[in-house]
Design a protein around this ligand. Sequence first.
Ligand SMILES: [Zn+2]
Length: 274
Amino acid sequence: MRVHHLNCATMLPLGGRLIDGRGHPFRAASLVAHCLLAETGDGLVLVDTGLGTDSVRDPGSWLTGGFRLGSRPVLDPEETALRQVERLGYAAADVRHVVVTHLDLDHAGGLRDFPHATVHVSAAELAAAAAPATRTERLRYHPPQWAHGPVWRTYPDTGDTGWFGLDGVRGLVGVADDVLLVPLAGHTRGHSGVAVRGEDGWLLHAGDAFFHREEVERPRRVCPAGLRLTQWSLQAHRGRRVANQDRLRELVREHSAEVRVFCAHDPVMLARFV
Ligand SMILES: [Zn+2]
């Protein structure tokens, strides 16, 4: 299965090396929104959407003030998943399935661009977005982004046997066997990773389960202070987030030859694939 790695939003938050570990603290850092586009025998599968064309055209209506202030997105229409799908020679309707790691607006902001797609998400994540229970949940989700009424398929985080030592991993209804939902809660209530088997082996898109490569690639977690603070302020459940980072670190240590693990926002991790 051919898999394309796309950056579907560049963000320039203030904080320099406190965010991305490079350069002066008073310059802007640069983060990406790493998405996958898989060419299956049964249409395209998009993993996370980045920002949508609505968000880029009219950020005042489609993005929250907090997100615009904190993330400082570039808002380039050419970076949207829709434009990139079209540049590859496809149409929006060719995207049959969208799998989202979670419903934060930098991951689900493009759902409206693919109204024909079934949207696969964990049941806990859709429940959190539909009925936010905490202040953090009320601030993070932006319901207009799914007001068009997508066809949802939801999945519990229990059940299937382990995949490389991770629990609750599930295949997706109607999607090729080579795409799996991997429960990695903590950043949000129902946050998941998405595993995709490409031509060179398994990929695990870990979404926002971690933000910096050294959180999982060093024997002990290493993360710039600003990114640590960001993750702490956005987390739904600290214990689960930390436990899942520990599991991912173990996965990288034990199975890096079989599974390539990356997160959504680390530009160095994206550059390894493009
Ligand atoms: Zn994110």
